[in-house]
Ligand binder design. Structure first.
Ligand SMILES: [Zn+2]
Length: 603
């Protein structure tokens, strides 16, 4: 077995010195072994060895992790047993759907359970004959009195030829983490992956790719990473890690998305999308990489400490996700991975996406953050019910950037806001008080009162007066009625769940063809559906045929066919104002670089 990461961290040395092969139970530490038992049936066995401690303890399997959704990982636990070190059974009493009480564990205990593991994607846990990819919170139970103590993790029955990659520190034959939270923030890839490593400005980076070798070019990926890393660390002026790992999956089936971690990211992009639109990979990578600051270290107080047993409500996802999008744009603009024209086109598309959802007048950015936990529900995703905190949050951050520039006469920008939050919260190991914390940072760097901005656009649902914000950089928003294709329905998928029809227009040909809300879409025009039906329908023209293979709520599978209709909608474009002045042009250049106009003030 080749270990992918060799570390020289202090804790590794301690562990190897004291415990050598680290096979004996270590006092204070909880030792986990994940056995790759049966790839064909997607079964793993987990052994948890608890140290000496209280006679009665509780074991919890998280109900959620990272994605703000209750996923109840306990549904996949086939069986669970407990015994002492002599092999005598211990009493294990189930307390609720995800918690067990163990009695007689004063000298330690061994808990073993079997899990079905077949959720693909960067948010999931998957084990099959090709590879294993684990988000460990989905697999590892913790003792509720020992979440802060160190853990060791071993893998057994690893198929021959498979290697292990994880950002977790590695000992002789174990991986180690200071505590449970740190361990479960470390994804694990096990398989016959391809890898590459490089150093840049003192940081060490490892790239792990699980894909057909003909589907990607490691040299191009490394070149892209060099740009993103340089641009991001320079923009925020910090590198709070020594090493960082990028784990990529490029499957040929449906895939998309990334998951941020403090020292790594896991990203999936469909192989065909990667080939046709490599900018998608740059965009997801810039987003997930910037998350190592924004959300992992610049972190809302309301998400700490993590409570794995229930929803963790925060009003700040508009900032943690949306402003990560805005920062990712700046990172790409600064490194030449994105140009002004595409940035402005994307921005106009984002404005259109918000404006076209009636819920933008009823659901605020903060409310959308709280309601993240409803995103798994098909009805919730309807345009009259919800907006996206990614979408509104990104727009708010772009507006905030412009507002800070205006208020500070070009002395400060979003960059200074992030740097202030990084210095005053993250680097002091403090969490920020949600939207209020963002406001404090923006006011500190702009020396202005931004209460109205936050009251109207973050807490409230006022329309964002774009032209007021854009004026300083010589742009304005142009709207025009356009005729656009209308397939007559909306459908979306929630991560690895099937695509569900969420809306069918009354009287439309889709409705006449027999499509109903709640139907499951198996294929759109002969292809498996992506994340959202608009990915396919946006490419259709009025009069084109659309063929849907659907499964109705009652379980009947059938094919529906109709012709795409048209409807009037407002299109959005961002254009230069007439006679752009030299001052506006200078401000725009600074804005697109993510920099203040004059040298930033020292704080
Ligand atoms: Zn994100």
């Amino acid at each position: 077995m080749t270990r992918s990461i060799l570390t020289v961290g202090r804790c590794i040395l301690r562990w190897t010195l004291f415990f050598g092969m680290a096979l004996s139970p270590s006092y204070g530490a909880t030792n986990y072994t994940i056995s790759l038992a049966d790839p064909d049936r997607h079964l793993i066995e987990v052994q948890v060895v608890l140290p000496e401690g209280p006679a009665q303890r509780e074991l919890q399997l998280p109900v959620w992790n990272a994605l703000y959704q209750i996923r109840d990982f306990a549904q996949y636990v086939n069986w669970i047993h407990a015994k002492d070190h002599a092999g005598r059974p211990l009493t294990l009493l189930q307390l609720d759907k995800s918690r067990w009480q163990i009695t007689g564990s004063q000298a330690g205990a061994i808990i073993e359970y079997e899990m079905f593991v077949d959720s693909p994607g960067p948010f999931g846990a998957e084990f099959n004959s090709h590879h294993a990819f684990f988000n460990l919170a989905q697999l590892l139970m913790y003792s509720t009195d020992g979440r802060d103590s160190s853990i060791t993790l071993r893998f057994s029955r690893v198929p021959s030829g498979w290697r292990i990659a994880t950002p977790m520190s590695s000992g002789v034959d174990t991986f180690v983490a200071d505590n449970y939270d740190r361990a479960v923030d470390s994804p694990v890839e096990i398989g016959d992956f391809q890898e590459s490593a490089f150093e840049q400005d003192g940081g060490r980076y490892q790239v792990i790719v699980d894909a057909e070798s003909s589907d990607f070019d490691m040299t191009k990926i490394s070149a892209m990473l060099h740009k993103i890393i340089a641009s991001a660390t320079n923009w925020i002026d910090d590198r709070p890690f020594e090493r960082y790992m990028f784990i990529y999956h490029f499957p040929r089936g449906p895939a998309g998305g990334g998951m941020e971690h403090a020292y790594s990211t896991a990203i999936a992009v469909n192989a065909e999308v990667l080939a046709k639109s490599p900018e998608v990979l740059a965009s997801v990578t810039a987003h997930e990489f910037f998350h190592l600051w924004n959300v992992k270290r610049i972190r809302p107080q309301t998400l700490e400490p993590v409570d794995y047993t229930r929803e963790n409500y925060t009003r700040a996802l508009w900032f943690s996700e949306g402003c990560t999008n805005a920062a990712a744009d700046i990172i790409q603009l600064r490194s030449g991975l994105l140009d002004e024209r595409h940035f402005e086109e994307d921005l106009a598309t984002d404005i259109g996406e918000l404006e076209r959802r009636p819920a933008h007048l009823t659901q605020s950015a903060e409310e959308s953050s709280l309601d993240a936990w409803l995103e798994g529900q098909a009805y919730y995703r309807r345009p009259e019910r919800s907006i996206s905190y990614y979408n509104k949050g990104e727009l708010l951050c772009i507006a905030l950037d412009l507002a800070v520039r205006e208020a500070s006469h070009g002395q400060a920008s979003l960059r200074e806001v992030f740097q202030w939050m990084n210095k005053n919260y993250a680097n002091k190991h403090l969490f920020f008080p949600d939207s209020e914390g963002v406001r404090r940072a923006a006011e500190a760097v702009s020396h202005a009162d931004l209460e109205r901005f936050f009251a109207k656009y973050v807490v409230g649902t006022d329309e964002i007066p774009w032209d007021d914000f854009f004026r300083g950089v010589g742009l304005h928003l142009v709207t025009a009625p356009t005729t656009t294709a209308d397939a007559g329905f909306l459908a979306s998928r929630n991560f690895d769940a099937p695509m569900i029809v969420t809306a069918v227009t009354d009287g439309s040909d889709a409705q006449i063809a027999g499509l109903r809300v709640g139907d499951t879409i198996l294929e759109i025009n002969g292809k498996p559906p992506g994340e959202d039906s608009s990915e396919t329908t946006a490419r259709l023209h009025p009069g084109d045929a659309i063929i849907l293979k659907v499964r109705a709520r009652r379980g009947v599978e059938r094919e529906l066919k109709w012709k795409v209709e048209s409807h009037e909608q407002v299109s959005f474009e961002i254009k230069d104002v007439e006679n752009v002045t030299a001052a506006q042009r200078a401000r725009r250049t600074a804005w697109l670089k993510g920099e203040a106009e004059s040298s930033p003030q020292t704080h």
